[in-house]
Design a protein around this ligand. Structure first.
Ligand code: G3P
Length: 224
């Protein structure tokens, strides 16, 4: 499963890239609002850090507006994926982008049927929001599992991107459910790295190493 970072924060993206585990980035208006500046500049900078897909989201509600914004994003860098919210107009825009060879990520997907329609319209990435479904007492991971199975049965090229990931368990569950990609906040990525026994073990090994060195130094001082 590929791992994308769900952020517009450049330092977080640089850090994940240095760790060697970054396959792409997703942004949205909420994440952009946290960093500010020019959205074009932020997206271009992200595309300079990763060669993987970078999602930039259109805001227009009408098809022509979505197309204008998406075509503009697509010119910013070769790895841009235009993010389009699920809707009747969104499906039309996704289908037009597909004809133009522009990759899309259909976002705000909350049902398997929405995901199936987005794939049929030609979206490269389909983003079910797992955490927001869990928030309303529906199992978000069911959509991931069903879409992964349907895409496999019908040999559909679209990739299932588990979004709205809130904790490390979601990442494991998404991988087991067959998600092609999980996009995760930086905090969740850090939580995935750490385990209390790992951190405790590192401290203990360092302490034992220092004790052993001190004992060796004391022995050699006694001999001379
Ligand atoms: O990728 C979509 C994601 O940013 C939404 O996450 O936590 O706001 O539901 P959340």
């Amino acid at each position: 499963m590929k791992i994308f970072l769900d952020t517009a924060d450049i330092e977080e993206i640089r850090t994940a890239a240095r760790w060697g585990i970054l396959d792409g980035v997703t942004t949205n208006p909420t994440l952009y609002a946290k960093v500010g500046g020019s959205y074009d500049d932020v997206v271009k900078e992200i595309c300079g850090i990763t060669s993987g897909p970078v999602s930039a989201e259109v805001i227009a509600d009408d098809v022509e507006g979505m197309l204008a914004e998406g075509r503009h994003f697509a010119k910013l860098a070769p790895n841009i994926v235009v993010k389009v919210a699920m809707s009747e107009n969104g499906l039309e825009a996704i289908s037009r982008f597909a004809e133009e060879g522009i990759k899309t990520n259909c976002t705000l997907v909350f049902s398997t049927n929405q995901g199936l329609l987005a794939a049929k319209a030609g979206a490269s990435l389909i983003s079910p929001f797992v955490g927001r479904l869990d928030d309303i007492n529906q199992d978000g991971m069911t959509i991931i599992r069903e879409l992964a199975e349907i895409f496999s049965i019908y040999d559909i090229d679209s990739e299932v991107l588990a979004a709205s990931i809130r904790n490390p368990l979601h990442v494991t569950q998404a991988a087991l459910a067959g998600a092609h990609i999980a996009t995760v906040p930086f905090k969740v990525l850090q939580q995935m790295v750490h385990h209390p026994l790992t951190d405790k073990g590192i401290v203990q090994f360092k302490k034992d190493w220092e004790s052993a060195r001190a004992a060796a130094a004391a022995r050699s001082a006694t001999k001379s």
